[in-house]
Design a protein around this ligand. Structure first.
Ligand SMILES: Nc1ncnc2c1ncn2[C@@H]1O[C@H](COP(=O)(O)OP(=O)(O)O)[C@@H](O)[C@H]1O
Ligand SMILES: [Mg+2]
Length: 507
């Protein structure tokens, strides 16, 4: 009878059961065969496991006849070193060097050659999987134990060394279970930049308040040094605090990507991601043989800041369409496709022209009209159309910069944002939407009716600014958010008038 140990792999953000079977034939050539893993990983894992077993004081595979280990299901790509630990235990069971009841237990961990158990990625989704499938005991590397213990309903054991685990399982010396920490998410949200520190730029700050309230996307266009980066960096500070379930969603994505800091088992701040314009499509939207989340998913529930927006290759930006529309990305792999959440607030920033000074009242722009046109064309069309708030950020006068009066604090703005969000929550009860920005045409018809006066204003503007049908809907959604911010049930003419200020004229 082969020995059997249970483990878990992650596909996307979901856990999938993996069975590790180990069989020993006492006759035949000494051999250790491992199947069910990609080629390179097989060799590495086999070598690590063999050394760790020997160095933990057990009889190693090369003294034990013919050993076959299988990781099932075979067609699931498993590149993680997390199966080292279950493989070692399976071997020890199969060779009768250890005896314990393997049922209702899950094991995960990479082994160092000396038997020390090393930190791995994706422990949080594995812990969710354990709790959902009724596993009672979860054994993970000690460094991942706090992360695993975020999930209730399963006892987490921190494992430091293979030898210590064997002693625990054979009842000689128990490992202390990891204690769950209580997290109060709404407390201690300290951001590194406050809106109060940004002078002037009232128009842009208001746009960001609307963006935060309705989950809208924003583009900031202005000369170098006008404060675009500063404004974008302040956006997380006015977004509502993450709920516990949102924190877990974000933490799972970072866990799978191997980007979870050791001292932060739970993400409590909204992510702020700033991929460079040289980033590849895969690093932006995710992918790989064993698909990993990209920047759009790492920005989930937070902010994706694309600085120097016009420098991003068009083909790369095209990939943003799906996450912008749907709030998730589909990454195809050999068998089927993985889906990662990607519901973020996009903030794009760019200069108005290559030199940066087109339209500046004091500095001359050195670009030819053709250059300016070419530059703007780069972002025209489908992507710009999908950005709800289009904002000019002019250079500040020195007097304004020297003004010592503090602006409104992020905490105060956040109160208004949270109020507007709770109105939206009630509006969308029972639907898939959370914010106005997510509304489709049907919902827009239902929740954005206009009186005759507002209709007239909007119709006139659409003609004057030569706006597309998509722009028309975007304006209505933004107006809905502006109305929510002022606690108004109906969209009024003033709300439409303000919403129109956040739309560039089509060239
Ligand atoms: N509105 C502002 N209030 C305070 N400081 C500002 C403002 N705008 C610019 N600055 C100063 O100028 C620097 C450059 O601003 P930055 O946001 O990087 O400009 P941009 O991204 O538009 O090129 C900031 O680090 C800050 O010191
Ligand atoms: Mg900048």
């Amino acid at each position: 009878m082969p020995a059997r140990i249970y483990s878990v792999a992650t596909v996307g953000l979901d856990g999938i059961s993996v069975e590790v079977e180990v069989d020993v034939l006492s006759q035949g050539l000494h051999h250790f065969t491992l199947v069910g893993l990609p080629d390179a990983s097989v060799k590495e894992s086999r070598d690590r496991v063999s050394s760790a077993i020997k160095n933990s004081g057990f009889k190693p595979p090369h003294q034990n006849g013919r050993i076959t280990a299988n990781l099932a299901p075979a067609d699931l790509p498993k590149q993680s070193p997390a199966f080292d630990l279950p493989l070692a235990l399976g071997y020890l069971l199969a060779t009768k060097q250890l005896d314990f009841d393997h049922k209702d237990k899950l094991f995960l961990g990479e082994l160092a050659l000396d038997g020390v158990v090393r930190r791995i990625n994706g422990v949080l989704p594995a812990a969710s999987f354990a709790a959902e499938t009724g596993v009672t005991e979860l054994y993970v590397p000690a460094e991942n134990a706090r992360e695993a213990a975020l999930i209730s309903g399963v006892t987490v054991y921190p494992v430091k060394h293979l030898f210590a685990l064997v002693k625990h399982l054979s009842g000689q010396e128990r490992i202390q279970a990891q204690e769950r920490e209580e997290f109060n998410v709404s407390q201690e949200t300290v951001y590194d930049l406050d809106m109060a520190e940004i002078r002037g730029q009232e128009h842009a700050k208001r746009a960001l308040e609307i963006a935060a309230a309705g989950g809208h996307n924003t583009i900031l266009v202005g000369p170098p040094g006008s404060g675009k980066t500063l404004l974008a960096r302040a956006l997380p500070s006015i977004l509502p605090a993450l709920s516990l379930s949102e924190s877990l969603e974000v933490t799972k994505i970072f866990s799978v990507s191997g980007k979870l800091p050791t001292d932060t088992p739970l993400f409590r701040l909204r992510p702020f991601r700033t991929p460079h314009h040289s980033a590849s499509a895969v690093s932006l939207v995710g992918g790989g043989t064993v698909p990993k989340p990209g920047e759009v998913s790492l920005a989930h529930r937070g902010v994706l800041f694309l600085d120097e927006f016009a420098e991003f290759p068009k083909a790369v930006l095209e990939n943003l369409r799906q996450p912008l529309e749907d709030g998730f990305v589909t990454v195809s792999r050999v068998k089927g496709a993985s889906r990662f959440p990607a519901r973020f607030s996009l903030v794009a920033a760019m200069n108005p022209c290559p030199c940066g000074y087109a339209g500046d009242p004091e500095r001359m722009c050195s670009c030819s009209p053709f250059q300016v046109l070419r530059y703007r064309e780069k972002i025209s069309g489908p992507i710009l159309d999908r950005i709800d708030l289009q904002v000019s950020v002019p250079r500040l006068k020195v007097e304004k910069l020297e003004d010592s009066r503090q602006g409104e604090s992020s905490a105060d703005i956040r109160i208004r944002v949270e109020r507007a969000r709770s109105i939206q929550e009630q509006r969308f009860v029972g639907s898939a939407f959370r914010t106005n920005s997510e509304m489709g045409p049907e919902a827009i018809r239902l929740y954005c009716p206009l009186d005759d006066e507002s209709k007239k204003l909007l119709r006139g503007a659409v003609e004057n600014l030569r706006l597309s049908a998509r722009s028309y809907h975007r304006i209505l959604k933004v107006a809905r958010t502006i109305a929510d911010l002022s606690g108004e049930k109906d969209i009024l003419r003033t709300h439409i008038a303000e919403a129109l200020q956040y739309r560039f004229k089509s060239e």
